[in-house]
Design a protein around this ligand. Structure first.
Ligand SMILES: [Zn+2]
Length: 419
């Protein structure tokens, strides 16, 4: 069992009684008639925290609902989901946050952490009611899907959230430079489509860093796709900006050429970059320059992907592949599983301002049993997400979630329906 919060890394048994860890370690003696799950060769760790997912409800229930999205999360070992606000209407008010929390509670799956908009309607003009939302316990805000263009407004928002130790999550994109379909370069030329240059990301990263240096308030830069972006975020030039960053598994695993094989399933924003950039990004994660890995789960119904590459929607469904892909690429680069789990549990929890799940005697049992060696494809296993827009559908995945507890056992691999 492993817990990146405490550094726990040992072989042994865990005993769960009444939803809490009662014992941990070797030879935990279960009470008479306590059900047992054989975990030989398996890993037990706290539930993952995915700080960036789109659940599409309300407005696009054909692609995903809160219930199907949270089921997909649990089947991928994720027990806490940071839910982005670009729904229709957007989640920009106390009432909309309450609506999400009610739907999540009714689903009874993973925990939803609402990440409401920075600006009303996600329109970039007027800030949301930060204080009112903070009184509900909200700490993180984002206009994800779009950047907050208005720098003065972004500054005011950072100052506002600093009053309750909140964070603004910025989707770095300079829209006057973007507007293409794939990475600008060889692939875009060969396909004859407009490319998205690296500067569309790095220019906004630099703007945000300069602002974060000057402002009070915490800023997080999400789904960085370029080594240069990470380099900027860690540069001494910006002093102790306190900025945190995440990357996605797909930017670590795939490069721009994936679009030849997978077509629009490999179209995302920011786009997949060059092989060299991908390799350097992996190295930077290994070197500790990145705080979290997040799925950017972006489900889309078929009709929005089965289009020419220029017209198709950006993004891929990612909750069910987050863990095996991240483990594969980062353990493959030489990181230990415990170090990788830090990027999937304690790292993102710290950014969202929540207590991470932990393996602790007396604490609530929120954990994942994982077979690190099992090989399978998602198309064989089946998906819980309502959408299957992923280039990893038929890829051999290594590592499979076998069971998940949220106080009680809520998921067992093989039972297609949730308990
Ligand atoms: Zn985004």
């Amino acid at each position: 069992m492993m817990d990146p919060g405490s550094g726990l890394d040992l072989e042994g048994d865990a005993l769960i009684i009444d939803g809490r860890f009662a014992l941990m370690g070797r030879d935990a003696q279960p009470p008479h008639d306590c059900p047992e799950i054989e975990g030989k060769g398996l890993w037990l760790f706290p539930g993952l925290v995915d700080m960036h997912a789109h659940l599409r409800e309300p407005g696009d229930e054909a692609s995903e609902t809160v219930e199907t999205g949270l089921k997909a999360a649990v089947s991928g070992g994720v027990t806490t989901v940071g839910v982005m606000p670009n729904t229709n209407p957007p989640m920009d008010s106390v009432a909309m946050v309450r609506r999400l929390m009610d739907s999540a509670a009714a689903a009874g799956q993973a925990r939803a952490v609402p990440i409401p908009c920075v600006t009303i309607g996600r329109e970039g003009n007027e800030p949301v009611d930060f204080q009112g939302l903070s009184r509900m316990g909200v700490r993180a805000f984002s206009d994800d899907g779009d950047p907050v263009h208005d720098t003065a407004l972004l500054l005011r928002s950072l100052e506002a959230v600093s009053e309750f130790e909140g964070v603004i999550i910025e989707h770095p994109e300079e829209r006057s430079l973007s507007g293409g379909a794939v990475n600008q370069g060889q692939v875009s030329s060969r396909m004859g489509v407009k490319g998205i240059p690296p500067e569309a990301e790095t220019v906004d990263v630099a703007r945000c860093l300069e602002l974060a240096r000057a402002a009070r308030g915490r800023l997080h830069l999400t789904h960085l796709s370029l080594p240069r972006s990470v380099e900027l975020a860690r540069s001494d030039l910006f002093g102790d900006s306190g900025v945190t960053v995440d990357v996605t598994p797909h930017h670590l695993v795939l490069d721009e050429t994936a679009v030849y094989e997978h077509g629009t399933m490999a179209k995302m924003n920011p786009p997949l970059r060059t092989r060299e950039q991908r390799e350097l990004l992996v190295k930077m994660v290994k070197d500790g320059m990145v705080d979290a890995v997040a799925s950017d789960h972006a489900p889309h119904s078929r009709g929005r992907k089965e289009l020419p590459v220029e017209a198709a929607a950006f993004g891929i469904a990612g909750l069910e592949t987050l863990l095996p892909l991240t483990m594969e690429v980062l353990c493959g680069s030489g990181m230990s599983p415990l170090e990788v789990l830090r990027l999937l549990i304690t790292g993102p929890a710290g950014i969202l301002g929540i207590e991470p799940p932990a393996l602790r005697v007396g604490g609530s049992a929120e954990c994942v049993l994982y077979d690190p060696l099992e090989e399978y494809t998602l198309s064989d296993r089946g998906t819980f997400s309502r959408s299957s827009n992923t280039p990893f559908m038929r890829r051999m995945l290594r590592g499979r979630v076998k069971a998940v507890w949220m106080n009680e056992l809520i998921y067992r691999d093989g039972d297609l329906a949730f308990s």
